[in-house]
Design a protein around this ligand. Structure first.
Ligand SMILES: Nc1ccn([C@@H]2O[C@H](COP(=O)(O)OP(=O)(O)OP(=O)(O)O)[C@@H](O)[C@H]2O)c(=O)n1
Length: 426
């Protein structure tokens, strides 16, 4: 009979009454050969992890880990029947992740994880915490996820996270791991907490200087009572969360992390404004584009994320000023956004712009009639297609010109219909 325990996130989330996604099991006192003889399938390359023959859940042999080399690689692990459960649990990142549950449902908790769970504290288990720089990002992500329950990070743990960040070790993490943590954080209810934690522990400046530069960059008080561009960006991110959950359309929910990423990047250009020009940021939409490109390249971010982020960065002010734009400018923007081929991306674009508008102190509950207007403009313009002009016998460039003209007329009609709304907000 194997001596197995449920460990890690499954125990933590069970105690928090949250749904358990992955069940990880720990096996104490067994050998690789015993596991194979019982029909388990070995999957781990670096240490002995197996899949259960029926449930396919993960079972890992108890192990200790020592860091040998630099960075995220360079661990030597020792897995053998004499490794105790306490020895396995002490190598883990947080006390709330270092609990085990035996088959009778009894909790094994040598590092006071339950107490920290009750006190809503994310605390490292031992000094070995600093051996793994990924933990800086993991703890920031857990802080974002459990913020809703009132969790905060213990001061000593935050100090260790600063120590790791300032040591330069974060640069040893692969792009994929970093993006995985950022992406998972964007999917949480309070992704802004992820970035705020990274700011506090000096990881933001090490990982994304383009984003870090926004803190301390002022905006005009009239439009941005919160003043700081970094604070504004965090408020926009939170608005993007609100707009991509609950009552959002299925396609918006499906693209929620793409929209949130675009919200995060929309004002990067403000970090480049010379301080002699503050608090105005003329041209920040264009100057932000290479910064968005650079973050996406560094993290090897999927193309869909980059495409929307670039569009929101370049055209968010056009969205806010939609009622003041000429029909020809509106048509140009629709062309740039390629709404004819990507209508769903346009919906995502408008939501990200709306998050920017609402993500300001005291603006949170304002209406954003630009949303309805832009959809009406898009729909009217999209309803014009080549078909009718082909029927009339037009060919080549004549068709192109006729479509453009008809689209302009359609947009002007929508402008007339929205005339009252436009004068109200003007
Ligand atoms: N860098 C890491 C990665 C993992 N772990 C340990 O391995 C467990 C399982 O890791 P993982 O599945 O990545 O995380 P979960 O805690 O299960 O969290 P999530 O809900 O995000 O999957 C963690 O609870 C933690 O005990 C760790 O100590 N340090």
């Amino acid at each position: 009979m194997l001596n197995t325990y449920l460990v890690g996130g499954a125990v933590r989330d069970k105690l928090l009454n949250r749904p358990v996604k992955d069940k990880d099991h720990l096996v104490v006192g067994a050998t690789v050969d015993q596991m194979l003889a019982l029909g388990f399938q070995q999957v781990g390359k670096d240490f002995p992890v197996f899949l259960h023959p029926k449930s396919k859940e993960e079972y890992a042999l108890a192990r200790t880990e020592r860091k040998q080399g630099q960075g995220y690689t360079g661990f030597t692990c020792y897995a053998a029947p004499d490794v105790t459960i306490e020895e396995d649990l002490i190598r883990r990142d947080l006390t709330v992740n270092a609990m085990a549950m035996d088959e009778q449902g009894q909790i094994i908790d040598p590092y006071q994880g339950q107490q920290d769970l009750e006190n809503r504290i994310l605390r490292h288990v031992s000094d070995a915490f600093i051996e793994d720089p990924l933990r800086v990002l993991r703890v920031a992500r857990f802080a974002a996820r459990y913020h809703q329950y009132g969790f905060t990070i213990a001061d000593e743990t935050l100090n260790l996270m600063s120590q790791i960040s300032l040591s330069g070790e974060l640069s040893t993490l692969t792009a994929e791991r970093v993006w995985q943590e950022m992406h998972r954080s964007l999917d949480e209810e309070n992704p802004e907490v992820f970035f705020e934690v990274l700011l506090k522990c000096h990881a933001l400046e090490a990982l994304w200087p383009e984003l870090h530069r926004l803190w301390g960059v002022p905006n005009p008080e009239k439009w941005h009572p919160e003043i700081c561009s970094g604070v504004h960006t965090m408020m926009v991110l939170q608005q993007a969360v609100q707009l991509t959950t609950k009552s959002a359309s299925p396609s918006i929910k499906q693209n929620s992390t793409i929209i949130r990423f675009a919200a995060l990047c929309h004002d990067l250009g403000k970090g480049l404004t010379p301080n002699t020009k503050w608090p105005s940021h003329h041209g920040h939409e264009k100057s932000g584009l290479p910064l968005v490109e650079s973050i996406c390249k560094k993290l090897k971010i999927p193309n869909q994320y980059k495409q929307l982020a670039l569009k929101v960065c370049e055209y968010h002010l056009h969205s806010h000023k939609a009622f003041e734009l000429k029909a020809s400018t509106l048509l140009k923007v629709l062309n740039h956004l390629d709404v004819w081929r990507k209508p769903e991306e346009f919906e995502a674009f408008v939501i990200a712009c709306k998050a920017d508008f609402l993500g300001r102190l005291h603006f949170e509950n304002r209406p954003y009639p630009q949303e309805q207007f832009l959809f009406a403009v898009m729909q009217a313009a999209s309803s014009v297609t080549a078909k009718e002009f082909v029927k009339q016998g037009l060919v080549g460039v004549e068709i192109k010109n006729a479509i453009a003209k008809a689209r302009l007329n359609a947009i002007e009609e929508v402008q007339q219909n929205f005339h009252n709304v436009a004068t109200d907000i003007g």
